[in-house]
Design a protein around this ligand. Sequence first.
Ligand code: GSH
Length: 200
Amino acid sequence: MSLPVLYSFRRCPYAIRARLALRSAGIPHEVREVALRHKPPEMLALSTKGTVPVLRLPDGQVLEQSLDIMLWALAQHDPQGWLSQAPMDDMLKLIQRNDEQFKPLLDRYKYPERHPEQPRQAYRQQAIDTLLAELDQILQSRACLLSEPPSLADMALLPFVRQFAQVDRAWWDGNEMSALRTWLSRLLETPLFEAVMVKA
Ligand SMILES: N[C@@H](CCC(=O)N[C@@H](CS)C(=O)NCC(=O)O)C(=O)O
């Protein structure tokens, strides 16, 4: 029987969240690493928008949004209860804030040369003010964002906070958001996260 095929890019935060969910759900699948500059025609035939991740299911169904892949995978099997740890509306709202408000600022912080209107530090501060400061505040009184143990929200935001931390590691290691830093380190050190980042 053919397996679901995930078109993925190892470092892409959207692809990482999809891989986390597929692996947590224990769904056997094939990961096809994609070069973003040379996307395979077979992937573009399935999903013309040309972003990863894309999941092709054995019945021909195609999922082309990372959150849809997470929700599909966890609907099959959710051994860690990511879908039930917190109200679905709260989880989806936080993920939407991450994707729509924080991610554009993360991109500006990461690639300030593409956005020369403001200096890098200004984008960093806007990203903190938009989301990260609030996450740090929440994490001062509990170990995870909406629940304990982690929910879908933790796992969907984790790869984006990781990317933010990697832009300037020395700054990240010394910044005031120590609760967020602890949350990130704890989740990055899990066998699940390490497994989805293994180089093929
Ligand atoms: N809304 C999409 C966004 C996916 C996305 O933007 N992925 C980036 C890589 S991190 C991509 O494929 N960009 C296309 C490119 O760089 O050519 C999702 O949630 O899956």
